[in-house]
Design a protein around this ligand. Structure first.
Ligand SMILES: [Zn+2]
Length: 236
């Protein structure tokens, strides 16, 4: 069913793109309408191109963010990518990737956690892939992440955090151990380790994500957003 839907969408996109004479990744072009025709690597390239526009201050501010653009999607969505990002107020995926309405399926939670995050986060991501046809998942950490800082501080202080903050920080805690002994800045290393851990968790989610990653129909990458420069750096 999924492949049938995808191929019909792909055919539609190819036909309309050729007719319109559109470039594959033109400025302001809707990733959502192109995604079905793009390989996962091409979806990633599209996002990084948007990030470069964002850094350069050349964002397409009015493109696909008008009421009419929202109304056009009322009957359905086909986001090209899932972004699992931190809830941090400074990390807004549509802005930093310069994307419009319908392009990104965004799941945001403090510390951009997937490992240990339970069925709400994992199920949301699986839904976007299995039902909406997203081809790429980006686990997006960021510099100066308060949730990761709290996890590192919590491990050192061995104290208890109030409410549900404690269990949330506990989820991030294994990344502190993962980063132990790595050269360079400690917080940077823990932020990266936390992203890497979440990527591995998502890649192993059987049956939906695991099989699509193995067949090459889905790519899952980790990245870190730099609050100061605006750059999204993909982890190798
Ligand atoms: Zn954060």
């Amino acid at each position: 069913m999924r492949s049938q839907q995808q191929s019909s969408r792909r055919d539609f996109v190819r036909t309309t793109s050729v007719a319109a004479g559109l470039a594959a990744t033109g400025v302001g072009q809707a990733l959502s309408s192109e995604a079905a025709a793009l390989a996962p690597d091409e979806v990633l390239a599209h996002l990084l191109e948007g990030n470069r526009r964002f850094i350069a201050g050349q964002t397409s501010l009015l493109t696909r963010r008008r009421p009419a653009d929202f109304a056009a999607l009322a009957e359905g969505q086909a986001p090209g990518a899932v972004i699992l990002a931190c809830a941090d107020s400074r990390v807004a995926p549509e802005l930093i990737f310069d994307q419009g309405v319908g392009d990104l399926f965004v799941v945001r939670v403090a510390g951009n956690v997937a490992t240990g995050a339970g069925p709400i986060v994992k199920g949301s991501i699986e839904f976007a892939v299995a039902e909406l046809g997203a081809r790429l998942i980006v686990v997006l950490g960021h510099t100066e992440c308060g949730a990761v800082k709290a996890a590192a501080a919590h491990v050192e202080a061995r104290d208890a955090l109030p409410g549900s903050i404690g269990p949330l920080v506990e989820i991030i805690r294994p990344a502190v151990a993962m980063a132990e002994g790595r050269p360079g800045d400690k917080l940077t290393n823990v932020i990266r380790a936390n992203v890497e851990k979440c990527v591995q968790t998502l890649k192993g989610l059987d049956p939906i994500l695991l099989k699509l990653v193995q067949s090459g129909d889905l790519k899952i990458v980790g990245a870190v957003y730099d609050l100061k420069t605006g750059e999204v750096g993909v982890l190798s």
